[in-house]
Design a protein around this ligand. Structure first.
Ligand SMILES: *[C@@H]1O[C@H](CO)[C@@H](O)[C@H](O)[C@H]1NC(C)=O
Ligand SMILES: *[C@@H]1O[C@H](CO)[C@@H](O)[C@H](O)[C@H]1NC(C)=O
Length: 370
């Protein structure tokens, strides 16, 4: 009798602890309930207006979701997990043609830069497309990035560079941060492939400059002092940008990287403008779907990028991948990682870049909101 009671009590205890466990799990990971898995499928949405209204709807729809966003999940914002999931989706979407072999094929598209404008985010997000190949390990091969141009030229001439294996209906894309400003690069690329497609993503020049400088400054400071700095803890950086006795912008490597027309000039001497797709960072951050659809059209690949693929995450100020759950970049990416400058510094910088921007708009036949 006593043994029977003990058995019953034991079973009750077992059930109770299981229920407590389930409850804890569900409270800790509410996203599992909130985000049902997305069904991936090709879409025929070409019309930009249609895409825009749908995007608006999506934005309102997700804004309630983000309120319940769990801070405990922050530790799961991990760029490696994001990359894994992008590859996962890419593989799920790719339908291999019968008898098609995965071969080493030449890159047909190169991202020219520019640094701190979202080149990495652009190629990362684009890589979920089944017809775009950008293997994580090969996305940024050394000779394509901080290359010395002569070595690069020899390597392209000999076709001696690592390429990922790809199928006949896929486009191999390479990414660089600084091709735009390498003066010999346009000729080298033209000799390599006169039909090469190029993508350039630019950003409002002043914020690009501040972001570039803050990024390098923080890196050096953190390495030297072995402390984690947040931008708002940095000392005033204004004098790194403006000489306050002459009220001139200081001319250095970083400030020259914000004058896109100088780089573009070299490319347009060699390539027609229609081989270069010029994108803008702000637009990409605010509407990645629209920008990625433009990339699909430019590369002449099928349209698979739809609004459900990304969701805006308020606390990151960023769109994140919306799959079985939300995948975001880690804490080092996002708009909050920038140092604020004084209004007068901003004014001097804005005025400085204005004429350069005008020349750039003229070159590309398109205006941005800078
Ligand atoms: C959130 O949802 C509630 C009701 O479900 C709705 O009244 C409200 O307008 C929504 N808010 C946003 C920002 O969508
Ligand atoms: C700042 O401007 C003054 C006056 O034109 C000049 O003498 C000085 O060398 C400049 N300093 C820097 C760091 O460029």
């Amino acid at each position: 009798m006593l043994q029977k009671i003990r058995q019953v009590l034991f079973i009750i205890a077992l059930i109770a602890s299981f229920m407590v466990g389930m409850l804890t799990y569900l409270t800790a990971f509410p996203l599992h309930r909130i985000h049902s898995p997305v069904t991936w499928q090709a879409s025929e949405v070409d019309n930009e207006n249609k895409a825009e209204t749908e995007h608006e709807k999506e934005k309102t729809k997700v804004s309630n979701k983000t309120i319940v966003y769990d801070v405990d999940l922050l530790h799961k914002y991990d760029v490696d997990l994001l990359h894994k999931e992008l590859l996962n989706i890419h593989n799920k979407l790719y339908k291999k043609q019968p008898n098609d072999q995965c071969n080493l094929r030449e890159p047909a598209c190169v991202v020219l830069g520019v640094a701190k404008s979202g080149t990495q985010e652009l190629v990362d997000f684009a890589s979920l497309h089944p017809n775009i190949v950008l293997k994580p390990g090969l996305a940024n091969p050394k000779m394509f990035d901080k290359s010395n141009e002569i070595r690069m030229k020899a390597m392209l001439a000999d076709r001696k560079y690592p390429v990922p294996c790809s199928h006949a209906d896929q486009v191999v894309v390479f990414k660089s941060d600084d091709f735009l400003f390498k003066s010999e690069m346009p000729k080298i690329l033209y000799e390599y492939n006169p039909n090469l497609k190029m993508i350039l993503i630019t950003r409002e020049p002043v914020s690009r400059l501040i972001s570039g400088y803050t990024y390098h400054y923080l890196q050096v400071k953190q390495r030297r002092e072995r402390t984690l700095y947040r931008p708002e803890l940095l000392p005033e950086l204004d004098h790194h940008f403006v000489n306050f006795s002459s009220l001139q912008v200081i001319d250095n490597h970083e400030s020259r990287l914000s004058m896109y027309y100088t780089g573009m000039e070299n490319y347009l001497k060699v390539f027609p403008l229609n081989q270069i797709l010029v994108l803008e960072s702000n637009e990409f951050q605010e509407n990645p779907v629209k920008v990625l659809q433009r990339v699909e059209k430019f590369l002449d690949i099928k349209s698979v990028i739809t609004n459900e693929i990304f969701t805006f995450v308020e606390e990151k100020g960023f769109y994140c991948l919306n799959s079985d759950r939300i995948y975001c970049y880690g804490s080092d990416r996002g708009r909050k990682s920038m140092k604020d400058l004084k209004p007068e510094t901003m004014e001097i910088l804005k005025e400085h870049f204005k004429p350069h921007n005008m020349k750039f708009y003229e070159q590309i036949g398109k205006k941005f909101d800078w």
